[in-house]
Design a protein around this ligand. Structure first.
Ligand code: GDP
Ligand code: MG
Length: 239
């Protein structure tokens, strides 16, 4: 075997040591999934886990046709989706991936590679280095900037992007989450928890292309208000 082939093989073996669950929250994302999922390299992923919020556009049928594990969400909302999905995770590392065109599948190998360096969480930042978001509007770009600055300032984080879904984290982190489901989403919560606990966090740059297919489910003003309440709660009423 050539030196290059041997290096590649040992790299793949090192990768295999991290068991990875790709977590896909979906609510009518068939169009996006058909576009992005064929670009996900299956050799890096041990479990494809779809948590579906009640799609009626064939998302579930598509996911099942690909052999993904599909969990039908009983509660409402994206945070409830995460909480219900976490019980079904078999990997040691969770890669949260938005299959609506916002997350770029080609960044997954670098994301997992960075986790293999020993980090507890790695974020694919839309605002690091040359990376950019084509999905942001004026409101979401201000919200992202403001809440990331607030989380850094109040909890000692060093984030450039504390709210993006596309990230990887160790499954142990789940144990730090409150049992009551916060409405603000899991992303600001785990960003805050990691900063508070001084966990080992890294970011890699990653563009966010425009969403494909169905309209955005997130409501910026309601979500912003929920994040404000979460920050307040975590600052004054939680360890
Ligand atoms: N299971 C589930 N998935 C959801 C829900 N709301 C949004 N999603 C999915 O979460 C991902 C991100 O949602 P999106 O509305 O694009 O939010 P944004 O990208 O953060 O602005 C998409 O794949 C959505 O289909 C929900 O209530 N339940
Ligand atoms: Mg999106």
């Amino acid at each position: 075997m050539s030196k290059a082939a041997e290096a590649e093989r040992s790299k793949t073996q090192a990768r295999k040591r991290l068991k990875v669950t790709l977590l896909l929250p979906t609510l009518n994302e068939r169009v996006g999934m058909e576009h992005v999922m064929p670009r996900v390299k299956p050799d890096l992923i041990d479990q494809f886990l779809v948590i579906d919020g009640g799609s009626t556009d064939g998302t579930i049928e598509y996911a099942e046709s690909q052999g993904y594990t599909v969990v039908r969400q009983k509660s409402k909302g994206i945070t409830g989706a995460y909480y219900e999905a976490l019980e079904h995770v078999t990997g040691d590392v969770i890669v949260a991936f938005s299959p609506d065109g916002n997350s770029v599948p080609e960044r997954i190998p670098d994301l997992i590679g960075k986790m293999e360096e020993g980090y507890d969480m790695v974020i694919v930042s839309r605002y690091l280095g040359e990376a950019k978001s084509d999905d942001d509007d004026l409101i979401t770009s201000f919200g992202n900037w403001f809440f990331t600055a607030a989380i850094n300032c109040l909890f000692g984080g060093h984030y450039t992007d504390s709210l993006v879904m596309f990230r990887a984290w160790k499954k142990e982190l789940i144990q730090q989450l409150p049992t009551n489901v916060p409405r603000a989403g899991l992303e600001p919560l785990i960003s805050i928890k990691c900063a508070k606990m001084k966990w080992n966090v890294a970011e890699i740059p990653g563009d966010e292309p425009k969403r494909i297919g169905s309209p955005r489910k997130m409501k910026p003003f309601r979500n912003g208000w929920d994040i404000l309440k979460l920050i307040f709660q975590e600052k004054f009423f939680s360890h």
